[in-house]
Design a protein around this ligand. Structure first.
Ligand SMILES: CC(C)(COP(=O)(O)OP(=O)(O)OC[C@H]1O[C@@H](n2cnc3c(N)ncnc32)[C@H](O)[C@@H]1OP(=O)(O)O)[C@@H](O)C(=O)NCCC(=O)NCCS
Length: 286
C-alpha cells in the first residue's frame, strides 16, 4: 500500500456536494463542460446505483481526490478527480489503480497531458475523445448563404427531409448508427429541442444540401451532403442557428466534436468557437 492509498476511504453518500466542489476546482484549471461540476452530473457518477466511490481528505477536511466506478451497460466505467492543489502526491495513480481493480473503462471530462501519461503508464488506450467547444454568441460572424441557397425550418412536414440529410451527411462518419427517422427523432427531440434553431439548406433546384439541429444551448449536429461540401453550406447553417439562438436570448452555444473530425473543428474555430476541454474514454487493452 502506498502512502496515497492510505488516505482513501469509502465516500459517504452525502459527499456529492463536496465532490461537486472538487470537480469545479478541477474544471477551473483543466477546462471542460461546466455542467460536469453540477451536483446531478456528479451524483450520477459518484453515487450511482450499484457503484462504489472513495475519497481522500486533507487534514483540514477538504476533499482533495475522489474516484468512483459504476456499471454502464455490459461494462464498468470508472472516473476520478484530483484537486489541482494536491497533484504530484500520487493520489491520481492510487485512484486509477483502485479503479482498474473494478473497471475496464476510464472516463474523464477534461483530459490533461498528465492524465494521458498516467493512463498510458497503466497500458490503457484511448477509445473515444471529443472536444467541447463554446460560442458566446456576442460576435457572430457574417456568413452569407451560398448563391441560390435558402433555409427551411423544422416542421412536421420537413422532418423526413432533415432525416434524409442527416443520413447522407453522416454516412461516412466512423460509428455511424444509420438510425431510421423514428430512432433519430427519438434521440434528438426532447424538451430541450429547439425547432426554430434547426434548419435545412435547400439548393436553387430544390435539392436539400445540408441541415443543422439544435437543443437549448447546444448545437447537436450539422452536416452537408458530400456533393455540396466546401461551398460554405456548413458555415452558413451553423451561423444561422447561432443567430436564431441569439435572437431567442441564448447567451452561448456549446457543441462537441470528435477528435477524429478535424475538418469540422477547423470550421467551428473559424466561426468563433473556442475549446473548453476534452472528454475522453480509455480502455484496458484486451
Ligand atoms: C463538417 C461539414 C458540416 C462541413 O460542411 P461544408 O459545407 O463542407 O463546410 P463549409 O464549406 O461551410 O466550410 C468549409 C470549411 O470547413 C473546414 N472544413 C470542412 N471540412 C473539412 C475537411 N474535410 N478538412 C479540412 N477542413 C475542413 C475548413 O475550415 C473549410 O474552410 P474554408 O472554407 O476556409 O476552406 C461537412 O464536412 C460534413 O457534413 N461532415 C460530415 C458530418 C460531420 O462530421 N458533421 C460535424 C459533426 S461535429
Amino acid at each position: 500500500m502506498t502512502h496515497a492509498d492510505a488516505l482513501f476511504a469509502p465516500l459517504a453518500a452525502d459527499a456529492v456536494p463536496a465532490v461537486s466542489r472538487l470537480a469545479a476546482r478541477c474544471l477551473a484549471v483543466d477546462g471542460g463542460l461546466p455542467l460536469a461540476a453540477g451536483e446531478g452530473f456528479t451524483a450520477r457518477r459518484y453515487a450511482a446505483e450499484g457503484g462504489l466511490a472513495i475519497g481522500a481528505y486533507d487534514p483540514d477536511g477538504t476533499l482533495v481526490a475522489a474516484a468512483a466506478i459504476r456499471p454502464t451497460g455490459s461494462t464498468v466505467t470508472g472516473t476520478a478527480l484530483v484537486d489541482p492543489a494536491a497533484r504530484g502526491r500520487g493520489l491520481g495513480a492510487a485512484a486509477l489503480d483502485w479503479l482498474l481493480a473494478g473497471a475496464e473503462v476510464v472516463e474523464t471530462e477534461s483530459l490533461t497531458d498528465a492524465a494521458a501519461a498516467l493512463f498510458a503508464s497503466r497500458g490503457l488506450t484511448r477509445s473515444f475523445a471529443e472536444d467541447v467547444m463554446r460560442h458566446d454568441l456576442k460576435e457572430i460572424p457574417d456568413v452569407a448563404l451560398p448563391d441560390g441557397v435558402s433555409l427551411v425550418g423544422w416542421a412536421p412536414d420537413t422532418v423526413a427531409r432533415f432525416h434524409a440529410a442527416y443520413r447522407a451527411a453522416f454516412a461516412e462518419r466512423p460509428g455511424f448508427p444509420d438510425w431510421d427517422e423514428q430512432q433519430w427523432t427519438g434521440w434528438l427531440v426532447d424538451d430541450d429541442f429547439r425547432p426554430p434553431w434547426s434548419l435545412l439548406a435547400v439548393g436553387p433546384d430544390g435539392t436539400d444540401l445540408g441541415f443543422v439541429v439544435c437543443g437549448d444551448g447546444w448545437l447537436v449536429q450539422v452536416g452537408t451532403l458530400p456533393a455540396a461540401r466546401g461551398q460554405g453550406v456548413g458555415a452558413a447553417l451553423t451561423v444561422a442557428s447561432l443567430r436564431a439562438a441569439a435572437a431567442d436570448g441564448a447567451g452561448e452555444m456549446l457543441l462537441d466534436v470528435n477528435v477524429n473530425n478535424p475538418g469540422a473543428a477547423a470550421l467551428y474555430r473559424r466561426l468563433g468557437f473556442t475549446t473548453l476541454g476534452r472528454r475522453a474514454r480509455f480502455t484496458r487493452a484486451a
